[in-house]
Design a protein around this ligand. Structure first.
Ligand SMILES: Cc1cc2nc3c(=O)[nH]c(=O)nc-3n(C[C@H](O)[C@H](O)[C@H](O)COP(=O)(O)OP(=O)(O)OC[C@H]3O[C@@H](n4cnc5c(N)ncnc54)[C@H](O)[C@@H]3O)c2cc1C
Length: 334
């Protein structure tokens, strides 16, 4: 089976990109060495939560566009997305985040702040049950005619021999696949516990804090965060780290202390100084049936990786930009 557009990677970047391409009429296949439920994306918490990555003006636009799509999808019971209220708090005074107005953030009253916190912002934002959301994207891709195959690529040249257009959404895997040493894995671990009745999210946003502490309430479970270990590629959970996450979260919400642990999750944030959304031409001969697609000389190779701790937050903005670039390069689909 061959396709006109080959997407490498079945995390949130690859699946969202594949959906955008397939829904604009293209023949799309996703090739991936890990299926959606096995990816970093499935391990994420996950909230729409922009951070100041480069290129800043584009990151701001991609985040805004994604917020709009995720907010729209929160009314679809199948997507696993809810708008959840909560607070982001800091142990030192700090200003309203630049994106605060987009989510209606208001300064917390002193009696809303947890002990030890001096500033906080109250807002609502999309909270995503990632395993469920990835399943939703897989179904949406299938409805648009796209498919997924388990397959590992050692090089991008192998992929450009398969299809005239290739989109590289390989996350931290881009370090070897795209020979890009500027991508680093920042390992993150989360603990999922039974929800003792917490309905609002909490996030410690103290600038420079060594630990990431957050509590995300999904319907029956809480996702507790977290860790950030640069250069650590270990995918097995660490029991001591899990106990420390529970201790930190219980210090903020004491009812968490005795909550039953359901699972632990580990993922590798694909951190890079700049998100890589670029295109290039590779000299290679396409052998797939999709080779009839006119892309000019050589194969068109696009990159969409390096989203660090904000892959969900940037997903729709980046995917739409990739789809637009492909449409511009190949012209309208019949
Ligand atoms: C603990 C934790 C919490 C997080 N919380 C949030 C959050 O709240 N909000 C947010 O926006 N982001 C969050 N993130 C970040 C987010 O999870 C990532 O930015 C995002 O998952 C990256 O998605 P991706 O699709 O680019 O990569 P991945 O999900 O890693 O997917 C990469 C895909 O490429 C495939 N692949 C790689 N190399 C090859 C190869 N050589 N051949 C074939 N296939 C290959 C893999 O199999 C995989 O399918 C969190 C991350 C972690 C770890």
């Amino acid at each position: 089976m061959s396709a006109s557009v080959l997407v490498i990677g079945a995390g949130v970047s690859g699946l969202t990109t594949a959906v955008c391409l397939a829904e604009s009429g293209m023949d799309v296949r996703v090739d991936t060495d890990r299926l959606p439920g096995e990816t970093t994306s499935a391990a994420a918490g996950a909230m729409w939560d922009p951070y100041l990555a480069e290129p800043r003006h584009l990151v701001a636009r991609w985040s805004r566009e994604t917020l709009s799509v995720l907010t729209g999808l929160s009314t679809d019971a199948d997507a696993g997305i809810r708008l959840v209220e909560g607070t982001q708090e800091s142990r030192v005074p700090c200003e309203l985040p630049v994106w605060g107005a987009l989510v209606g953030a208001r300064r917390c009253e002193p009696d809303e702040l947890r002990e030890g916190f001096v500033t906080g912002w109250h807002y609502s934002a999309p909270l995503v049950d990632m395993p469920r959301y990835l399943d939703y994207l897989v179904r949406r891709l299938a409805r648009a005619g796209g498919s997924i195959r388990r397959h590992h690529y050692d090089t991008l040249e192998e992929a450009t021999r398969e299809a005239p257009v290739v989109v590289n959404c390989s996350g931290a895997g881009a370090r070897s696949l795209a020979a890009d040493d500027s991508v680093e894995a920042v390992r993150g671990q989360l603990v999922v516990v039974e929800n003792p009745g917490i309905r609002t999210f909490f996030c410690d946003d103290t600038p420079g804090a060594e630990d990431l502490t957050y509590i995300y309430p999904h319907a029956d479970v809480l996702v507790l965060g977290g860790t950030a270990d640069r250069g650590n590629w270990e995918l097995r959970p660490d029991e001591a780290a899990a106990q420390e996450i529970i201790r930190r979260c219980a210090a903020v919400e004491p009812s968490i202390a005795g909550a039953r642990v359901i699972e632990q999750r580990v993922g590798l944030r694909p951190v890079r100084e700049r998100v890589r959304l670029e295109q290039e031409r590779r000299d290679s001969t396409s052998t797939g049936a999709g080779a009839g697609m006119a892309t000019g000389a050589g194969s068109l190779l696009l990159h969409n990786y390096g989203h660090g701790g904000a892959g969900l937050t940037l997903s729709w903005g980046c995917a739409r930009e990739i789809a637009e670039r492909v449409r511009t390069a190949v012209g309208p689909t019949p």
